[in-house]
Write a protein that binds this ligand. Structure first.
Ligand code: DP6
Length: 344
């Protein structure tokens, strides 16, 4: 029996992926950029065994068995990695042996905390290790077919998913913009407002947005191309001011598209909106942009902040939201993060 265990971290998008041009191959309508967390923080951990006596491909997610062979996304990942293994001539494990997969997240699943990104990235990477193939752009194209945002979690640091133009999706791949040591004092605080499962899953929400939002094509064709270039430059120059402004504007535009969807997708709640107001008031009070919020498809806030500004920001959060704090904490990039009380 061959067994491999790997971990893969969550990534948090700065320029959001929202909308597909091909549902089956998971090809996006715009590029996106994210930062990957450190590997030992919010992550998925996956163990895969392969043996000649296994009768079927099976998978357990957080301890519960899930359907595997009927799940097109899982099968596309397995087939994609096996195809790359054949092309690489790297067949450490016979391809006709079935696999058993056990995966766990160390954070809430499907609460708008990028669980599918870490989960599919980890699945594809662990399969790649099992069959003996390296991480490269082709592998990101396989992870993309599990969940779009997963392709960005195969690399550390800041990562750009290029939407690509080809119909077969072979140029829709993730590339590293800069490695984690380029901007080591960049931190993310995650304020857990609510860790329940989200109401409209991303796949459904973006499908509905593409067919009903009058604004989404403008975003994809006009706004995002300019923003990805500007953000890439801000990251390269370590220009936090521009980085923060672009990040907050893109989060706001993504949620505006969600509201422009019919029926609308409401991901942020009252606590989320008070965090937005708090960050703007805080930045004004300190006289420069020192914190930037971004929200995925859920109410939880991710705040980007430089290490030297963390203590002051955390103190202000605790003053502004004294009643929302509960004793549990999350650790991200070495930072204690208050856990906001549940509210919907
Ligand atoms: C709001 O990657 O979960 O987090 O490709 O349908 O699986 P599918 O969607 P998914 O969508 C993530 C959306 C987002 C923004 C982002 O991560 O870029």
């Amino acid at each position: 029996m061959h067994t491999v265990t790997c971990i893969a971290p969550v990534n948090i998008a700065l320029i959001k992926y929202w909308g597909k041009r091909n549902e089956e191959l998971i090809l996006p309508i715009n590029d996106s950029i994210s930062m990957t967390l450190n590997a030992n923080e919010m992550c998925a951990k996956t163990t895969i065994s392969s043996w000649e006596t296994f009768k079927a491909n099976r998978m357990w997610l957080n301890g519960e068995e899930v359907t595997f062979e009927e799940n097109a996304r899982l099968m596309r990942c397995l087939d994609g990695v096996r195809r790359l293994a054949v092309a690489n001539g790297a067949l450490k494990v016979p391809l006709n042996w079935k696999v058993h997969i056990a995966s766990r997240n160390n954070f809430p699943t499907a609460a708008g905390l990028a669980s599918s990104a870490a989960g599919y990235a980890c699945l594809v990477y662990t399969l790649a290790r099992l069959y003996g193939i390296p991480i490269n752009e082709e592998l990101t194209a396989v992870a993309r077919q599990g969940s779009g945002s997963a392709c960005r979690s195969l690399y550390g640091g800041f990562v750009r998913w290029h939407s690509g133009v080809l119909d077969d999706g072979s140029d829709s791949v993730a590339k590293q913009v800069v490695s984690p040591d380029h901007w080591p004092n960049m931190h993310i605080l995650i304020l857990v407002v609510n860790d329940a499962r989200k109401k409209t899953p991303s796949t459904k929400g973006m499908q509905r947005a593409v067919t009903t939002s009058a604004l989404i094509q403008h975003r994809a064709k006009v706004v995002v191309p300019r923003r990805t270039e500007e953000l890439t430059e801000a990251i390269q120059l370590r220009d936090f001011n521009s980085f923060a402004e672009i990040t907050m504007k893109d989060s706001n535009q993504f949620h505006a598209i969600a509201l422009d969807t019919y029926p609308p997708c409401v991901y942020m709640n009252d606590v989320s909106h008070s965090i937005v107001n708090f960050v703007h008031a805080y930045n004004e009070a300190v006289g420069s942009l020192q914190a930037a919020y971004t929200f995925d498809a859920g109410p939880n806030a991710c705040l980007y902040v430089l290490e030297e500004n963390v203590p002051q920001l955390l103190a202000a959060i605790q003053l502004a939201f004294p009643n929302d704090l509960v004793p549990s904490v999350e650790y991200l990039r070495g930072i204690q993060v208050p856990n906001f009380g549940s509210q919907n």
